[in-house]
Design a protein around this ligand. Structure first.
Ligand SMILES: *[C@@H]1O[C@H](CO)[C@@H](O)[C@H](O)[C@H]1NC(C)=O
Ligand SMILES: *[C@@H]1O[C@H](CO)[C@@H](O)[C@H](O)[C@H]1NC(C)=O
Ligand SMILES: *[C@@H]1O[C@H](CO)[C@@H](O)[C@H](O)[C@H]1NC(C)=O
Ligand SMILES: *[C@@H]1O[C@H](CO)[C@@H](O)[C@H](O)[C@H]1NC(C)=O
Ligand SMILES: *[C@@H]1O[C@H](CO)[C@@H](O)[C@H](O)[C@H]1NC(C)=O
Ligand SMILES: *[C@@H]1O[C@H](CO)[C@@H](O)[C@H](O)[C@H]1NC(C)=O
Ligand SMILES: *[C@@H]1O[C@H](CO)[C@@H](O)[C@H](O)[C@H]1NC(C)=O
Ligand SMILES: *[C@@H]1O[C@H](CO)[C@@H](O)[C@H](O)[C@H]1NC(C)=O
Ligand SMILES: *[C@@H]1O[C@H](CO)[C@@H](O)[C@H](O)[C@H]1NC(C)=O
Length: 578
């Protein structure tokens, strides 16, 4: 009985052999080179944490996709759309057919249509499967089984999407983990299996653009270990991802600044090295991001502008990563930082952006960001002095200031409302006084907009600055509490973002990452966002891992929560005793 069943399965596997089922499509297909495709996809955006959520769409921080999101992203000026998709929880049978749930394939196909019907150059991939069943670094990973499943998955995806227009491109797998030569070889093999599966599926696929990947989609590893699949006849490009420098991008070790010559040279060296290894091969950075939650505003603007312009210099297209919680707020259809969006779009169009100046010296204990103007709130409300002039300084990059608008969009009067001197815009005291009275609440008050002769207009946020604070300042860390995040209610009397958290033991040594004493002053003993601390509009959180580190150290630890702007006094102390 069992033997008969196996024989039947074997026969059906042969009958179901891919080539026999290859698709034919009606209608035409506009052939396009990979370079032309990428040129037209730039700049691109990622519909992150959506179809790639586990177990399914809607499981993470985004509701199911709605077509209107594509219209909004299109109006915003993006041309490329990467659709990360995770398939792990959508298989309805095992080896050897690995059938994907037809409802899910149809959903993917429908979302692809929402994207390409609006003219987006669209990438579909296999996403978090890379760290699940397709993880070639997992202990005991069975490469034969991975290859079988990977071929079958791509054959089904490419069959379902076989007749889509040339606006649709494929990417084999997202950031496949790899750290040994055997892993690198297997990633190269997966690229080749992907190429074969896509071609076996027929339809328009033999002419479809493919963006191949190297180990981890890391630029350096890809440069060193990527091998072109020998038989490829599709138009093809290489895709890699860029999240560097780690400390700035991920809120680690108090690195809230970016933009020094050394910073720019490091970014350029990285992008130039990938180009240098792949002369003449179309390249795309399929993910990059300096997210609003983890980066300082002026530094984020500088970084984003540099990234786009440097990528363009090395003929590399870019797709901005957005997990839905960081940049585009899909529930209201607006970018949380509309300026950085404009900087990206304008830079991709070759326009020269002006940027807000900000401190680039990590040894300066006072850090300035000219994305903001700070009115220091009077400590007395009885007869406070009238607000004084406030100045924002710009990196003009050859542009001139053309106008300044009020928060409601009125053009302000040059002279009485503001003056321009070199690269400074000074907001006059009487103008500031229209927004800040003794009764005005502390925190961000109003956004002015400075427009330049070219490039993105920049917002400058007027902040009524007072001392921010925590609702309590001490508690006891015990083994019992070390498994729990410690949430401390916060009052932000400035912008609602925590800059850094310093953690030191009584003798001044760092609670964690003791080597940070060798970093510039504003980074020493600073801990890492998401690992040791977190924040939201209501609380600052000392994460369970930091509480555990205090218990392990067995010493009272002082946490200093630093607010923006980073300067002596603009912080609050919390002590965990043991
Ligand atoms: C396929 O997915 C749909 C939608 O999630 C679900 O209702 C259905 O049960 C799935 N089919 C199988 C065979 O698992
Ligand atoms: C690896 O997977 C293949 C294909 O599914 C299977 O035939 C083989 O027995 C597996 N090998 C091991 C060691 O499990
Ligand atoms: C590539 O072509 C060679 C020779 O035609 C063939 O033996 C091999 O199976 C092909 N490889 C793939 C991955 O298609
Ligand atoms: C190729 O990449 C490696 C690794 O990133 C780098 O060291 C090397 O300089 C690159 N080669 C060229 C010609 O850019
Ligand atoms: C711009 O403002 C800064 C301080 O706010 C000042 O040091 C500098 O001299 C000003 N530059 C010009 C050209 O006005
Ligand atoms: C300033 O603009 C940002 C981004 O649009 C917005 O989130 C914020 O609420 C605005 N602030 C004020 C005080 O209007
Ligand atoms: C900004 O100024 C430029 C010219 O200086 C002008 O072309 C553009 O329309 C202005 N933009 C806005 C939003 O006012
Ligand atoms: C901590 O808070 C208490 C009560 O609110 C206050 O008396 C004390 O001075 C604070 N200690 C420090 C070090 O700020
Ligand atoms: C916090 O502010 C105090 C002044 O009140 C200053 O001495 C200290 O250096 C600041 N600490 C940090 C980490 O910024």
């Amino acid at each position: 009985m069992v033997a008969t069943l196996l024989a039947l399965l074997a026969v059906s596997a042969v009958q179901a052999s891919p080539v026999a089922r290859a698709n034919t499509c009606s209608g035409g297909f506009t052939k396009v080179s990979a370079q032309d495709w990428l040129n037209k996809a730039n700049p691109g955006w990622n519909l992150g944490n959506t179809l790639d959520a586990i177990p399914t769409e809607g499981s993470w921080n985004n509701p199911p996709v709605v077509a209107n999101t594509f219209s909004q992203i299109q109006s915003a000026g993006f041309k490329g759309m990467r659709l990360p998709i995770t398939w792990t929880d959508h298989f309805v049978s095992g080896s050897p057919s690995w059938t994907v749930n037809a409802t899910w394939l149809q959903r993917v196909s429908d979302v692809v249509d929402q994207s390409i019907s609006r003219g987006f150059h669209t990438i579909v991939n296999v996403h978090h499967d890379a760290t699940d069943w397709a993880d070639v670094t997992a202990s005991g990973a069975n490469y034969t089984a991975i290859e079988e499943k990977f071929y079958s998955l791509w054959y089904q995806i490419a069959t379902k999407l076989a007749c889509k227009s040339s606006l649709l491109a494929f990417e084999p797998i997202n950031e496949p983990p790899a750290s040994t030569q055997a892993h690198y070889d297997e990633i190269n093999k997966l690229n080749a299996i992907f190429v074969k599966a896509v071609n076996d599926a027929g339809g328009f696929n033999p002419n479809r653009v493919l963006t191949l990947v190297g180990p981890s989609e890391d630029g350096s590893l890809t440069s060193q270990f990527f091998k072109k699949p020998s038989n490829i006849t599709n138009p093809w490009a290489i895709q890699y991802h860029y999240y560097s420098p780690y400390d700035f991008i991920f809120g680690a070790w108090g690195k809230t600044i970016w933009g020094s010559d050394a910073d720019k040279q490091a970014l350029e060296a990285d992008i130039a090295a990938v180009r240098g290894n792949f002369t003449g091969i179309p390249l795309v950075i399929g993910e990059w991001s300096a997210a609003g939650t983890t980066t300082e505003t002026a530094a984020r603007w500088k970084y984003s502008d540099s990234l786009i312009r440097t990528a363009a210099k090395y003929n590399t297209a870019t797709f901005w990563w957005d997990n839905g919680a960081t940049d585009f707020d899909r529930s209201v259809g607006k970018f949380r930082d509309p300026v950085v969006k404009d900087i990206i779009v304008q830079a991709a169009q070759g326009k020269t952006n002006s940027l807000a100046d900000s401190t680039e010296d990590g040894n300066s204990l006072t850090q300035v960001s000219d994305a903001f103007i700070y009115h220091t709130a009077a400590t007395t409300t009885t007869s406070p002095p009238p607000p004084s002039d406030l100045t924002a300084t710009y990196i003009l990059n050859g542009n001139t200031v053309s106008s300044v608008r009020s928060p409601t969009g009125q053009t302000l009067n040059k002279g009485p409302d503001y003056t321009v001197s070199g690269n400074n815009v000074t907001f006059k005291g009487p103008l500031v006084g229209r927004y800040i009275t003794p009764k005005t609440a502390l925190g961000p008050v109003a956004n002015f907009t400075v427009n330049f002769s070219q490039g993105a207009a920049l917002q400058v946020t007027l902040v009524n600055l007072g001392k921010s604070g925590l609702a309590s300042n001490t508690s006891v860390a015990t083994t019992a509490t070390s498994g729990t995040d410690l949430r401390i209610p916060v009052t932000y009397n400035t912008i609602h973002q925590v800059a850094a958290v310093k953690a030191t033991l009584p003798d001044g040594t760092c609670l964690v990452d003791t080597w940070t004493v060798y970093l510039p002053a504003i980074q020493q003993c600073r801990t890492t966002y998401g690992s040791q601390w977190d924040f939201d509009g209501a609380s600052v959180t000392i994460k369970a891992s930091a509480v555990a580190a205090v218990v392990a150290a067995g010493q009272t630890t002082t946490f200093v929560v630093e607010f923006y702007p980073r300067m002596p006094g603009n912080n609050a102390t919390y002590t965990l005793t043991v």
